[in-house]
Write a protein that binds this ligand. Sequence first.
Ligand SMILES: C[S@@+](CC[C@H](N)C(=O)[O-])C[C@H]1O[C@@H](n2cnc3c(N)ncnc32)[C@H](O)[C@@H]1O
Length: 214
Amino acid sequence: MSAATGKNYVVEHMEPEMGAWSTLEYIAIASETAAAGRGSVFYLTSLQASLAADLPATLTEKLGESFVATTKDVETLSGVPKHRVCLLDPQAEKTLAPEDGDVFDWFVFGGILGDDPPRDRTAELRKYGYTGRNLQKLQMTTDTAVRVTRIVIEEKKKLDEIPYADYPTLQINKNESTEMPFRYVKDDKGTPIMPDGMMELIKLDADKSLEDMF
Ligand SMILES: C[S@@+](CC[C@H](N)C(=O)[O-])C[C@H]1O[C@@H](n2cnc3c(N)ncnc32)[C@H](O)[C@@H]1O
């Protein structure tokens, strides 16, 4: 099942639904995996049957050779040699490094929405017994964690060489701003990289919570 040449990024979906935030994050991972063009595959695993049968169209249109969505969990995907799997785990003792690309072909992430403070739901994935690696201390969104792992493993950059935006403040409108409690990668212009459509979604959510207050 794995691509012969590329690395495999597995996101175990752990939310009860496929919310708008998760959908945008998964589209970003699928698009970046395909665009990298290195024969990598993104597996979105552990989908409940009802979810798998009713994925948002914006996500299913990305399905193909480099994006597989399945009800199986990472343990039951065929062709996954356990000793070549790395769990990206904020609590792991060792930090991910470029040479881990020689040791691992499979990288597993929690398909978890970030929370503040972090509740360590990644703990649920430790049951598989994979070797863990952290991406340093700060909590990243799932798409950021995959992006950073890809940069370290495929571009062979050290974590400290990556430009980050930590806890960026986003301007919602003329009067309001919100601080995102995550670490992001910065693009060439110094802007935190977020999935397409995420900024609009954050603004909508902010407007909604304001309406709910009145
Ligand atoms: C939004 S984070 C979830 C963190 C969450 N608060 C928790 O309960 O574990 C989603 C996934 O990205 C990966 N991740 C995020 N930040 C990380 C870090 N600093 N080190 C290692 N993995 C990280 C982990 O695989 C995690 O399950």
